[in-house]
Every structure is written in C-alpha cells, then in structure tokens.
Design a protein around this ligand. Structure first.
Ligand SMILES: *Cc1c(COP(=O)(O)O)cnc(C)c1O
Length: 367
C-alpha cells in the first residue's frame, strides 16, 4: 500500500529525546520548550511563540487571547477543518462561513465583505494544502472593518506570500505539528504573535489560567494545553531540517504535476505568481465529465494499493454545527471540491516509483 502520508526523521530526533529522558525533563517545564518557541517563531518571523498541545488547541488559545466573547462573529472559510469552528464556539462566538476560491481552494476574498456585520470581530484565514491565501486583500478588508486576523497556518510551514512567510501576517497565527504536517512532533501546536498582551494571555490560557504573581489563584477559565519537553525536543530536531523537508514536498509535487498535466478532467494544484506553495498535500479535483467523484475514485485507487484522503467536508453542512450557525448562504465551490476533490500520497518518504505508479493508475482510470 502506498500510504497517504508518513513522517521523516533524519535529524537529531532520537538524540534530543534521549536528552529529555536522561535529564528527567519530560514535562512542559523542560528547556526544549523555550528553544522550540524561540526558534520556530523566529523562523516564521514573529516575536513570540507559545507552544500548545495541538493545532486545535492553538486555534482555541488564539480566539481566547483576542478576547472573542458570546455575541461576536468570526469569519471563517467553510472549507477547512472543524477546529476553526470549535475554537470560535468554545468562547461563545458564532462562526460565519465564506465560500472557497476555485483555483487555490482558499477562502474567496471577494466573498468576505458581504458577510461582515456590526458583530464581526475577526477573520480566521486558512492556507489550504500548502498554498498561501491572498494576504493583501485580506489585510485590506481587516483594516477597513477593524477586524483581527487569525492565520491558521497548520498546513503551510515555510510557505510564502510575496516573500514573507505564512504565519507572519496574523495578529495571532496558529500552527500544528501533528504527524502529517510538514514538521511534526507527534502531536503539538504553536501560537505566534507580536503582541505582548496576546502572548501573556495565551500563556495563561494554555496553563489553567495560572497567574504569575499568585499561583493557584485564577481570574480566567482555562484548560491544560501544554506541550511536553519530549514533543518540543522532536520539534527542534525537525525544524533544523525544515528546508530539506519542504524541498522534498516541492519535488514530489513537481513530479506529480509533470506526469499528470494534460490529463483531461483533472485539476491540479497551482502556484500563484505571488506565492511559494509548499505542497503539504497534493490535491486533485476531478471534473464531473470523468464520471467519477472523489469517493468512487478513491475506491478505485485503493484497489490498486494507493491510499488517498478526501478533501474537507464543508463546515456549513456539518450536522454537529447546525444549531450554532446562521442558516442560509451559498457555498457552491466548497461543495463541489468537497465532492470531487481528494489528495494523493504526499508523505515525506514517498519514492519515485510510487509517484509513477499513482500517476499511471490515474491516467489509466481516466482514459
Ligand atoms: C491539522 C490542522 C489543524 C489541527 O491541528 P491538530 O494538531 O490536528 O489539532 C488545524 N487547522 C488545519 C488547517 C489543519 O490542517
């Protein structure tokens, strides 16, 4: 079976992990935590990094540090992971959805303004599958309506918009280090910001709301979202290698594109002239004219030993979110790509022969 994803440990992961065990520093108090926070935030280009236990936790802490409260509306793409909505709901806010843009699958910036009301406080933008969002347009809208920007950069470690790294634009930015992300520490996440107030609040929100001056005395409701030193150790080792890991992703994507371009009815990932795509996952969208949708195409591929994953299922159609969201609105692009889109094996350990086999199989199926 060609797996859809696998991590690659070719740095000091084992050595740093052993350091944790030998020194006894295994909790969030250990020294790798600070090192990971400093090195990753400086790599992205933000002043502060606050490690947390997952990308989902990062989004929750981000919403909390911006002070989103019941009655506030937060704009999010409908084509994303449910964590974006649950983070808003965790603070009593209302997620308001925006449809996707058909080429990059990112939030459609031309559809944001019509969703803004007096209650709108922030926008969560999500850079999908490795391709940056159109940041200039988003920043312009945020300025015009005085909205905060949260960047969900879980899928774009190292990607760039006009030469600047994704994750460096938001008032607060969020990363995930789940096993399938470009750099990983098993489970983990980070909140990045330049704002000292947000940073301090984020640190409290990840750690039960403990106050610096008076321990075990609390003004804010918070949970435990701490990362362990063990995870940070792996993170520091992975970060050392990030350039190499991104290079592998890009090369694999180039090989896919080389072999798949020209196949009728197949939409491939793009790289806008202002973007550096890191191709976290190599997504394809099947035209209806092929007679396939993502689901039955994936079944054909799995029979040939090729694992894939469907695209996100749009949030405005999620049963669990129904009672929390504003009804109405049209999201034809997100609905279409959710139905017709899937991503191909994109792991860091992918071999040439595997890419070749995937492409030959797709060509055969679409003939
Ligand atoms: C993976 C991912 C997350 C969630 O990260 P976890 O660490 O799995 O909680 C959030 N947003 C996006 C866009 C993701 O791809």
């Amino acid at each position: 079976m060609i797996p859809v994803n696998e991590p690659l440990f070719i740095s000091n992961e084992k050595k740093y992990l052993a350091k944790c065990i030998d020194s006894g520093w295994i909790s969030s108090e250990g020294p790798f935590i600070k090192e990971f926070e400093e090195k990753f935030s400086s790599y992205i280009g933000k002043k502060y990094g606050i490690t947390v236990s997952s990308g989902t936790a990062a989004l929750e802490v981000a919403i909390g540090s911006l002070g989103i409260k019941p009655g506030d509306e937060v704009i999010i793409p409908t084509f994303t992971i449910i964590s974006c909505a649950t983070a808003v709901l965790a603070y009593g806010g209302t997620p308001v959805f925006v449809d996707s843009e058909p080429e990059t699958w990112n939030i459609n910036v031309n559809k944001i303004e019509e969703k803004i009301t007096k209650k709108t406080k922030a926008i969560i933008i999500v850079h999908i599958y490795g391709h940056p969002c159109d940041m200039d347009s988003i920043i312009k809208i945020a300025k015009k309506y005085n909205l905060k920007i949260i960047e969900d950069a879980a899928e774009v470690h190292g990607a760039e918009y006009k030469g600047r790294k994704c994750g460096s634009f938001g008032d607060v930015s969020c990363f995930s280090f789940y096993a399938n992300k470009i750099i990983s520490c098993g489970e983990g996440g980070m909140v990045l910001t330049d704002n000292k107030k947000y940073k301090e609040r984020a640190e409290m929100l990840r750690n039960l709301g403990f106050e610096k001056k008076k321990r075990f005395y609390h003004h804010i409701l918070a949970r435990n979202y701490r990362m362990t030193n063990l995870q940070a150790a792996i993170g520091v080792a992975q970060l050392k290698n990030i350039k190499k890991l991104i290079k592998i992703k890009k090369e694999n994507a180039q090989k896919y594109t080389e072999r798949l371009k020209g196949i009728k009815g197949l939409q491939l990932p793009v790289e806008k002239e202002w973007a550096k795509n890191v191709y976290w996952m190599y997504g394809i969208v099947l035209n209806e004219s092929t007679g396939f949708n993502a689901e039955n195409f994936a079944m054909k591929l799995i029979k040939e030993g090729i694992a894939t994953r469907p695209f996100f299922y749009p949030l405005h159609l999620q049963p669990v979110l129904k009672k929390f969201i504003k009804a109405g609105g049209k999201y034809p692009i997100a609905e279409r790509i959710a139905k017709q889109g899937l991503y191909l094996p994109s792991g860091l350990g992918l071999k040439d022969w595997q890419i070749k086999k995937v492409c030959e199989t797709i060509r055969k199926l679409l003939k």
